[in-house]
Design a protein around this ligand. Structure first.
Ligand SMILES: N[C@@H](CCC(=O)N[C@@H](CS)C(=O)NCC(=O)O)C(=O)O
Length: 202
């Protein structure tokens, strides 16, 4: 199983993190993002959207971190990571959607602006971030994990860009339940880091 990957990408890290937690054997294929390797014809053939992560598993080729997590969780992670019950799948999906929308357009964009000079609206990214971090903090008042009462692929999808918030000049100090959840994720067996995570600013 191959992951087309960039070390500094939180989207790629979602997949690396899940594979580590679920003890899946993943071959990392580094993509030279600065040289626009993700836009070469070979990569476009794998993902016409010209984005990473991309997963290749025999004949299966998938783009989008959330979709990859559903595939891996369902096929290899078992009930622990991708619950079989419909209402629990709905709960997980709610948070995968948050990862792809509110988190992507909030903390992810804030980090792109600060760390990679992305020409986006910093005030908008900040207000979007504060909104979703507030909602996340409220949810975590009465939940240890995002969905299904246990760690699932939902936590893997939301964790990276929230834990990387400080790289986007977003303080988590007003969100103590988020900080506690980050610490819980970091204690999961098999957990792996990426550069720049909460508490280890790079
Ligand atoms: N919907 C995709 C988005 C992936 C994405 O935005 N990947 C970035 C790297 S983190 C990318 O490849 N961007 C292409 C570019 O900036 O040219 C996902 O959730 O995986």
């Amino acid at each position: 199983m191959k992951l087309y990957d960039l070390t500094l990408s939180g989207n790629c890290y979602k997949v690396r993190l899940f594979a580590a937690l679920a003890q899946l054997d993943l071959t990392i294929v580094p993509v030279d993002f600065m040289a626009s390797e993700h836009k070469t014809p070979q990569m476009i053939a794998l993902n016409p959207f010209a984005e990473i992560p991309i997963l290749e598993d025999d004949q299966v080729v998938l783009r989008d971190a959330q979709a990859i997590l559903v595939y891996l969780g369902n096929r290899y992670g078992g009930e622990a990571w991708w619950p079989g019950e419909a209402h629990l799948q709905g709960e997980v999906m709610q948070w995968l959607s948050v990862a792809a929308n509110e988190i992507q357009h909030g903390p992810n964009v804030a980090r792109l602006i600060v760390k990679f000079n992305s020409p986006a609206d910093a005030n908008l990214a900040k207000s979007r971030s504060q909104h979703i971090l507030g909602l996340l903090n409220s949810h975590l008042t009465s939940h240890d994990w995002l969905a299904a009462g246990r760690p699932t692929i939902a936590d893997c999808a939301v964790f990276p860009y929230v834990a990387l918030a400080e790289e986007g000049d977003l303080s988590l100090i007003d969100y103590p339940n988020v900080i506690a959840w980050i610490d819980r994720v970091k204690k999961l067996p098999g957990y792996i880091d990426m550069p720049g995570l909460y508490g280890q600013r790079m």
